[in-house]
Design a protein around this ligand. Structure first.
Ligand SMILES: [Zn+2]
Length: 379
């Protein structure tokens, strides 16, 4: 295979330096569509998910037919958006490692995946080698709740399984990812002047904090993590706060545990609210709780003998390079595709320190990932 590190590097830097915040991916979308068009695709289409996601463009689906009819069609997925701060990225390369040369993230998450796919396309063309048919799905708004993937009509895909190029590490494959729920607790107390009538109020923030100190947070067990990430409420220092919103999330590889801890969280908030007692005799109402736990993303689990895994096993044996098959803690577009009946494994592509301005990636690791993708399509 004629994978070319200089060309891959050029693709990567060009992609990173195009702004593509969540809901602002149009410029990058146009760029990747133009680039794809140079490789003779059967189809390049942007869907109308923007009306749902609020982005300035839709998801982009690209289809290439190959003449290896013995290979099932597969799809590859990368997201177009980058987590902030991500405007005006300048890439710095230092001894084969790419960094952001400024106060932004690098954007290897997920532009490394896009660059890898373009390098594979280039190499397939140069090698004039037969390959299996494949599709590329570029999604929007991954970083703000997998919105593009959720709004994508999966019946547009010809492939029945695929790979998301969107994880840290290299030579690893994520075959399990947790289900996640949001936790939203709104406690309603009673406002009163804090100096004049402190005994006429119910302090919602105090009730919430009683609950929060009792919540199991962090890594709760081998399968489960939980976090409280946002608290908002109150209006002035001299007013007893009437309402407080507490928002967090629970993730687990076990749906049973996810149910258990969701109930536990609700019970702890309820206990705090019920524990309030009117010691002054001045308050005629009781505090209340509004609790909800909507799904953030569903469970992902791929069996060893699933074609999506076996295809990788075969490709890695062609390359004589073993891969690690692992469970991971983050949700991504792959969770959505899996839940929609499209088995999707997530490939580690070498990105590191993602979601921070220290984000970096080695060119060597991107090349290794490109070799794997190339093998999936040709072995
Ligand atoms: Zn990502």
């Amino acid at each position: 295979m004629s994978l070319n590190p200089d060309r891959l590097s050029h693709y990567f830097v060009s992609l990173c330096e195009i702004d593509s915040p969540s809901r602002g991916e149009a410029k990058l979308s146009a760029y990747v569509q133009d680039l794809c068009a140079q490789f003779n695709p059967d189809l390049v289409v942007e869907d109308n998910s923007a009306t749902v996601t609020g982005s300035d463009c839709g998801n982009v689906l690209v289809r290439f037919s190959g003449n290896r009819t013995d290979l099932a069609p597969v799809f590859f997925n990368c997201h177009l958006d980058v987590i902030g701060p991500c405007l005006g990225v300048k890439v710095r390369s230092d001894d084969g490692v790419f960094y952001s040369d400024g106060p932004t993230v690098l954007g290897a998450d997920d532009k490394a995946g896009i660059a890898i796919l373009f390098e594979v396309l280039s190499s397939l063309r140069d090698d004039r080698i037969d390959f299996g048919s494949f599709e590329i799905l570029f999604t929007t708004c991954e970083e703000i709740g997998l919105l593009g993937a959720k709004a994508f009509d999966t019946s547009l895909l010809h492939a029945t399984y695929g790979y998301a190029l969107d994880s840290t590490g290299v030579d690893n494959v994520i075959i399990g990812a947790p289900a996640a729920r949001y936790v939203n607790a709104e406690i309603v107390g009673l406002a009163a002047h804090a100096g004049l009538h402190p005994d006429h109020g119910i302090n919602a923030i105090q009730l919430a904090s009683q609950a929060i100190t009792l919540l199991p947070l962090g890594r709760i067990d081998d399968d489960t993590t939980a976090n409280i990430g946002v608290i908002s409420g109150g209006s002035a220092t001299n007013i007893i706060p009437e309402t407080v919103h507490v928002r967090g999330e629970i993730r687990s590889h076990s749906l049973q545990k996810l149910d258990f801890y969701t109930s536990r969280f609700r019970d702890i908030f309820l206990d705090a609210v019920h524990s309030w007692a009117d010691t002054s005799g001045c308050v005629s109402v009781k505090p209340s709780l509004n609790f909800s736990s909507p799904e953030q993303y569903p469970l992902m689990f791929l069996a060893n003998d699933a074609p999506v895994v076996q295809r990788l096993v075969h490709a890695s044996s062609c390359m004589q390079r073993p891969l690690d098959y692992i469970k991971a803690g983050g949700g991504s577009d792959a969770n959505i595709f899996n839940a929609a009946g499209l088995p999707t494994a997530i490939l580690g592509i070498g990105m590191d320190h993602v979601h921070s301005t220290a984000e970096c990636i080695r060119l060597f690791d991107m090349l290794r990932s490109a070799e794997l993708v190339y093998s999936v399509l040709t072995c």
